[in-house]
Structures are given as C-alpha cells and as structure tokens.
Design a protein around this ligand. Structure first.
Ligand code: HEC
Ligand code: HEC
Length: 310
C-alpha cells in the first residue's frame, strides 16, 4: 500500500470504494495532498558524463532514453549499495556483487535474504555495459534496466516488493532530492521503479575494468610477463605453435575475455538434451538445441585487481 495515499484510502473506505480508489493511487492520477512533496525548489541541471573507454574496447552503447549523468550515476551507486532494496534491510545488490571479488560474491551459489540458496552463481559486473547478447547466464534480460528490476522481487534474492521499495525511497530524507537532481522529477511521489533501475544501469555502465595485470602485460605491454604467465597466455589463445592449444580464447576472447555467446561445455552428463536440471539458454529461446547452453563469462578476477572504476 502506498503510504502517501493513506488519506485517500481512509476516505474511500467510508464511501465503500476502497478498491477503486486504491487503484487510483497510481502516480498519473490526481495526487492526494502532500505537505512537502514539491521538489521544484531544488535545481535540476544534470551534468552529462562520458565514460573513459579504453582505446581497444568496443563502443559503449547507451540507450537514448537513459544518458549517463553524474547525478544519475551517483544515485544508481547509492541504490546499488542500499539494503533498503531488500525485504528486511539486510542485503543490497552489493551483497552478491562485491567490488573486491570483481562484483561477484565468490560463491558457487548466492544466499538470498531468507537464507535460501540461489540456483546459480553470482556473475561479475566488470565491463557489464558491453554485454550486448543478453544478461544472466541464460540471457533472459535484454538490458541492464530490465535486469535490475528482477533481483528486488526474486524470492531467492532481495525478496522485496518494488512498491515497498518506492515507498521507502519517497519517505527517505535524501532520495527525493537525488531523484530530482538525476531525473528532474517535480514531486516526491514521481519516484518510480523505472527511474530507480535507470539509475542503477547508469552506475553499472561505469564499471569498466581495464587495469588488471592481464591488461598491463598483454594488452598494453607495459611489463614483461613471467614465464608461466606467457605460457598461460599462449595456451589460452593458441598463439604459439610450439605450445599445445587449450582453445579457451574462442569463447573467452577479445579484450573483454568473453564473446558473450552461449555454449554447452558438456559439464553436465545427460542422456539427451531434455534432461538438463538447468536447461539454461534453452528455457529462454524455447529451442531444445539451446538446452545446456550458458553465456561464456568474463573473468571476475580481472575486475578484482582493477583500479579503473570510472
Ligand atoms: C542474492 C544474491 C544477489 C543479489 C542480492 C543480486 N544479485 Fe545480481 N546476480 C546474482 C546471480 C546468482 C546472478 C546470475 C543469475 C542467473 O543467471 O539466473 C546475477 C546476475 C546479475 C546480472 C547479470 C550479469 C551478466 O553478466 O549477465 C546483473 C547485471 C546483476 N546481477 C545485477 C544486480 C543488481 C543491479 C542487483 C540489485 C538490484 C543484484 N544484481 C542483486 C546474484 C545476486
Ligand atoms: C566452447 C566455449 C568455451 C571454451 C572453449 C572455454 N570456455 Fe570457459 N566457460 C564457457 C562457458 C559457457 C562458461 C559458463 C559455465 C558453464 O558452461 O556453465 C565458462 C566458464 C568458465 C569459467 C568460470 C567463470 C566464472 O565466472 O564462474 C572459467 C574460469 C573458464 N570458463 C575458463 C576457461 C578456460 C581456462 C578455458 C580453456 C582451457 C575455457 N574456459 C574454455 C565457455 C567456454
């Protein structure tokens, strides 16, 4: 229930129209009185932000309706680390995406707010803005904006209701100002989940990792690799004829160390393609030939020692 609508609800109960009027608490309808909800006194002049993209990286595609601004990124960062996004205020996005683990949690399966074990492993968010072939292991979310809607209501993750989250944000001391500065809303009650996920996506697009030892040694040639590092590189990318080919680079290739495509690595032994406990990509495309395929990830460790988080 929308707390700011409580007066409208009390009124409505008296005339027996509770259900009708509850529905009318949506933001487009005339708003009930609100003492200090007007935000127009706070200046709105967002500052465009251009992310520093390393020269050898692909283009960072930014949706036309969600340009990066300093204020939007700052808001997204706050939301990302805010436990108010969870049912019992114990967890945030960052509980499973820790910067020190390349934005994963370093676990095989992540634990949600109810202490329930998730079904998959948390994924690195290093260079996540460049993942253009779908998000999640199975690619079921198309954009970072779509993706960020999901963990809040996932029973195995934050297990909260977006309407409650939005209420908490409206009621908080600072968020209305931050939403005003980022998106120019005129009234506290104009905060929506759609704006919240836009801000989170803006923040995520700045998580660029290009400063690991790998980058220094093999992309920028700033230092000499040890013998073992060179051997690993040659095995990984099949570059040296005298060294056997490990073929890793086909799927974990490019400067991002991933092609972002979906593969079946034959990790699970099954009698046929319909027997996978987790069908992965196949559940999303509906094509049984995609069963058992998962997205080739970038390497979390690469983010872990990175200092470039613009
Ligand atoms: C309980 C742990 C947990 C929490 C909390 C959590 N995540 Fe995740 N995250 C995961 C797991 C596990 C996956 C992979 C799930 C899958 O493939 O089904 C994932 C995947 C992702 C991905 C996809 C990455 C890729 O490479 O495709 C993004 C982006 C992401 N999370 C962002 C967020 C944001 C934003 C929040 C907060 C709103 C959040 N996560 C909260 C565990 C968590
Ligand atoms: C055919 C494509 C392909 C090849 C070749 C390949 N991988 Fe992968 N790799 C994947 C996929 C897909 C995953 C996701 C796990 C899965 O399959 O369920 C993965 C997962 C990983 C992970 C886990 C990353 C994480 O965040 O959990 C590591 C590490 C890894 N691969 C390293 C390698 C190495 C080293 C090689 C070469 C010896 C290699 N891979 C060859 C596709 C590939």
């Amino acid at each position: 229930m929308h707390f700011l609508c409580s007066r409208a609800i009390a009124l409505s109960v008296s005339v027996g129209l509770a259900v009708l009027l509850l529905g009318s608490c949506e933001r487009d309808d005339p708003k009930p009185d609100c003492m200090d909800c007007d935000l127009t006194g706070i200046p709105y002049s967002p500052t465009p932000h251009s992310v520093l993209i390393p020269a050898d990286f692909p283009q960072l595609e930014i949706p036309a309706d969600n340009p990066l601004t300093v204020e939007g990124i700052a808001l997204g960062r706050r939301l990302f680390y805010d436990p108010r996004l969870s049912a019992d205020s114990t967890m945030s996005c960052a509980s499973c995406h820790l910067p020190e683990f390349g934005f994963t949690d370093g676990k095989a399966f992540s634990l949600g707010v109810d202490g329930l074990l998730g079904k998959r492993s948390s994924m690195s968010l290093a260079n996540i803005g460049f993942a253009y072939h779908g998000l999640f292991w199975d690619g079921r979310a198309a954009t970072l904006e779509d993706q960020a809607l999901m963990p809040v209501e996932d029973p195995l993750e934050l297990h909260e209701d977006w309407a409650n989250v939005v209420d908490k944000l409206i009621r908080s001391a600072e968020y209305p100002t931050w939403f005003r500065q980022a998106f120019g809303i005129k009234d506290k009650r104009d905060i929506t989940k759609e704006l919240a996920v836009k801000a989170i996506a803006q923040f995520e697009r700045t998580l660029i990792s290009a400063n690991s030892r790998y980058d220094a040694l093999f992309i920028r040639f700033e230092d000499f690799p040890t013998e073992e590092e060179q051997l690993g590189y040659d095995l990984f990318f099949d570059f040296e004829p005298s060294v056997p080919d490990a073929e890793c680079g086909h799927c974990h290739g490019s400067v991002l160390l991933t092609t972002n495509n979906y593969f079946n690595n034959a990790i699970d032994s099954v009698g046929n393609l319909n027997e996978f406990a987790d069908p992965g990509r196949g559940k999303v495309t509906g094509n049984y030939l995609d069963n058992g395929r998962f997205r080739a990830p970038t390497f979390a460790q690469r983010g872990a020692d990175s200092s470039v988080y613009a």
